[in-house]
Ligand binder design. Structure first.
Ligand SMILES: *Cc1c(COP(=O)(O)O)cnc(C)c1O
Length: 398
């Protein structure tokens, strides 16, 4: 491990120093090339140094970087118009991160009920294994003990139910409930999909009880699963949705989207941000949308995703001692390991391929959405080679 003594010790850093990125590749100071299937955890959605994004950023940098939200920001309005045009939403609030987008989503849901004369409805029901960020409210929403420990009393108003237990979800609803908050496909939790039917049932449950449905599409959004947003696979829409990660293509950018009704409590002065929605972020976000909304872009994600799922299934067949199961949709994929996920992760890195560990002993693969079929096959060869080595090591140990 390198010594980062002047930094908080919150990260166990991998001793690799990248200097440049080109598409699916990251290049170290020494010129070593790594295939990036981690993408800053689903952030560099169009790969590294995408020419359209670089041009948009440089162009805006020459004009104007920052403006307070006390002024009109035309690029912000345009971006919001395009997002609402493409989704269920009527209103957008821009943030700098996923956790802030979730904070806004939670505040919007609580404020909705307050605005409708039911201030006691502030409870948010979430799902075990969820990840919603690292602020005090979002660690309470995620509910994971390892993220809550030592940070004082857990923020009030968050209840968790077991993954996949619809009866528990129904039973958790009471007079104080405001919303159900859910990731359509858990990322950090181990690429665990909420079945379509369950999402539809949850939507119906929310309607029945006057709850708002908040979707956390911070990781699943902006094309990652082969639809613009993952909830489209289930044919439902939320009332509120948090997005971030891929929407900025590497620039810190998030957003909370809501229907007109759900956003009705968020009147002047109820919420704010200094940096959120500034002209630099808006220029890059609009440029990401230019690419993602192009004809055929989402289809390519589905096509290359299929190459991955087929290739990974074949790897799973050949190395059953290493791979237990292949999970995911589009280019949000997970290898559930039989060996420790760290062993496969390390072996992949030795093959110059970067993945990300997730919960439930999974290695996540989140390649750039711009990846070609040829690059996908090259990546699969590296994963195959890594699995072969791990399998060989396991055989030696036995
Ligand atoms: C990454 C992530 C977040 C938190 O985003 P930050 O930008 O790190 O605050 C929230 N929800 C999900 C599903 C995520 O993957």
């Amino acid at each position: 491990m390198s010594d980062h003594s002047s930094l908080f010790g919150t990260y166990m850093r991998i001793p690799l120093r990248f200097e440049r990125g080109e598409g699916v590749w990251l290049i170290t100071e020494d010129g070593d090339r790594y295939m990036d299937f981690a993408t800053g955890i689903a952030v560099s959605s169009l790969g590294h140094s995408h020419p359209h994004l670089v041009a948009a950023l440089k162009d805006q940098a020459d004009k104007l970087w920052h403006l307070s939200n006390i002024y009109e920001i035309p690029e912000q309005t345009r971006f919001a118009d395009r997002l609402t045009e493409a989704t269920f939403a009527d209103r957008v609030f821009f943030t700098n991160s996923g956790a802030e987008a979730l904070e806004c989503a939670i505040k919007t849901a609580r404020r909705y009920h307050f605005h409708k004369g039911q201030p006691d409805r502030y409870g948010i029901i979430t799902i075990e294994g969820a990840f919603h960020g690292r602020t005090l409210a979002t660690i309470a929403a995620g509910g994971q003990a390892k993220y809550l420990e030592g940070f004082g009393p857990k923020a009030a108003g968050f209840d968790q139910v077991p993954f996949g237990d619809f009866d528990a979800l129904r039973a958790a609803i009471d007079d104080n409930s405001a919303a159900i908050l859910i990731e359509p496909l858990q990322g950090e939790g181990g690429i665990r999909a909420i079945p379509k039917q369950w999402l539809q049932d949850i939507r119906a449950l929310c309607d029945e009880h006057g709850l708002l449905l908040i979707l956390d599409e911070v990781q699943t959004g902006v094309g990652r699963t082969g639809k613009l947003f993952a909830h489209e696979w289930a044919g439902i829409t939320p009332d509120i949705m948090a997005i971030a990660k891929g929407i900025g293509g590497g620039f810190p950018l998030g957003a909370c989207l809501a229907t007109e009704d759900a956003a009705s409590g968020m009147t002047a002065g109820t919420h704010g941000t200094t940096f959120g929605g500034n002209p630099l972020a808006m220029a890059v976000g609009n440029a990401v949308l230019d690419v993602v909304l192009e004809d055929g872009f989402l289809q390519n994600i589905r096509d290359v995703g299929l190459i991955f799922t087929q290739g990974l299934a074949s790897i799973a067949d050949r190395y059953p001692d290493v791979v237990e199961e292949i999970r995911g949709t589009g280019l949000m994929l997970g290898i559930k390991c039989k060996c420790p996920n760290s062993a496969l992760q390390l072996a992949m890195r030795d093959q110059h391929l970067l993945g990300v560990p997730a919960g439930d002993n999974v290695v996540r693969l989140l390649p750039p959405l711009t990846i070609t079929a040829e690059e996908a096959r090259m990546g699969l060869e590296k994963i195959d080679a890594a699995a072969a080595i791990v399998s060989g090591n396991l055989a030696k140990q036995a």
